[in-house]
Design a protein around this ligand. Structure first.
Ligand code: ADE
Ligand code: ZN
Length: 386
């Protein structure tokens, strides 16, 4: 750990302060979420419920320490630390990020399980005034376990439809899915999954790329991205913070993925160190989804917040998002926004601009965009922009 890294306790103290502040601007701000992995929203409570329901026992760490109660699962969630793809502080007894993330996949068996996962997220998002979201899902992580696509997609669809109608009374929550390709599997597997997913085309707006980036550049998946672009999908790709060859990966995504570059980049924060990349991203109007709570779990805040500020000040269409909230110290879009306001010294007006950026780079219809922009304008007019 660098001496400038925050400790878990410091981050928790800060998080408590943010929750207890009851900040009416932050709570009322209409929000758009463009970077959330649905599988990364599995709370400790849902993990426990699914394990009981499906008769699957839970463990943590390479020692396979049994988790035998809800309390133990909650405690285990507090010890998921470090960079995505790296070992936990003590990987013998603690879960690594990927152990927590892919271990959660194994618990999802029935349509009802997928419904519960997605509905849990939509409920939570609605409480945070999220009006529209584009959650990622990783179908290869489910179909490779023998789960039929139909089981997964029916569960997601039921939750999505219900969220839109049932939660509408409180807030409008619309959504469209982004199907992510697992970059640690082969390009052939990606293409096969893509073709299978065409049956559900009406639910899916975009194609993304996630999982372990090490030695897996976006260009490996050019064939499937070109095909997806030709079929009318929007494109995005993870370029994780401080990854090896990150500038090369960002350049591929910005300039050539799908033929002439993707519409968005997920993370991609190291672009801030590279004026030429910043210029390409700005000139092409590429959106960037930035998830600060994910980075400060393993990186000094001095490495994180000045870069976000720099991208924003350069006029790049940055938006703030949450990534894998359940496995990232329970930080959701609300906490991420709260954090950047304090640490990047953003005004409330800047936070409204960040939401306008999200409207601009999201992939919903014109009518929904106008409705959210109108709501943001009213919110601002009512004195919430100072
Ligand atoms: N899978 C789930 N979350 C991810 C992330 N932030 N980066 C890469 N792969 C992921
Ligand atoms: Zn992500």
């Amino acid at each position: 750990m660098n001496k400038t890294d925050s400790t878990y306790e410091e981050r928790q103290e800060w998080r408590q302060r943010c929750i207890l502040s009851n900040d009416s601007f932050m709570m009322g701000l209409p929000k758009i979420e463009l970077h959330v992995h649905i599988e990364g929203t599995m709370s400790a409570d849902l993990r426990w419920r699914l394990s009981v329901r499906n008769g699957i026992s839970l463990t943590a760490g390479s020692d396979k320490t049994p988790l035998s109660s809800l309390e133990e699962v909650r405690e285990a969630y507090k010890h998921i630390r470090g960079r995505i793809g790296a070992a936990a502080a003590d990987a013998k007894t603690n879960m690594t990020f990927y152990e927590a993330y892919y271990g959660g996949f194994d618990l999802l068996q029935t349509e009802g399980d997928y419904y519960d996962l997605a509905m849990g997220y939509f409920e939570r998002a609605s409480q945070m005034q999220v009006r529209y979201c584009e959650p990622f899902f990783d179908p290869q992580g489910h179909t490779r376990r023998g789960i039929p696509s139909d089981v997964m997609m029916r569960g997601f669809k039921r939750a999505q439809d219900e969220a839109e109608s049932r939660l509408k009374a409180r807030t409008m929550i619309k959504s469209q899915w982004i199907m992510c390709i697992l970059r640690d599997l082969s390009p052939e597997s990606a293409m096969a999954q893509y073709e299978a997913m065409l049956l559900y085309k009406s639910m899916v707006v975009g194609i993304g790329l996630d999982s372990d980036e090490f030695q897996q550049p976006p260009s490996l998946f050019q064939a499937v991205f070109k095909r997806a672009r030709a079929d009318g999908f929007k494109l995005t790709t993870h370029c994780d913070f401080n990854q090896k060859n990150t500038h090369e990966h960002i350049l591929q995504v910005a300039k050539s993925l799908g033929g002439n570059g993707a519409e968005r980049i997920d993370h991609g924060m190291n672009a801030a160190d590279h004026p030429e990349l910043m210029q390409i991203i700005r000139e092409k109007g590429i959106g960037m989804t930035i998830c600060p709570c994910a980075y400060i779990r393993h990186t000094s805040e001095y490495e994180v917040f000045p870069r976000i500020r720099k991208l924003f000040d350069a006029g790049i269409q940055v938006t703030i998002a949450s990534d894998d909230s359940a496995y990232m110290e329970d930080n959701w879009i609300f906490h991420n926004l709260y954090l950047v306001r304090e640490k990047c010294e953003f005004t409330n007006g800047d936070l409204i601009s960040l939401q306008r950026n999200a409207v601009s780079i999201c992939w919903t219809d014109r009518e929904t965009k106008i409705a959210i922009l109108d709501e943001l304008a009213t919110f601002e007019k009512n004195g919430y922009s100072s």
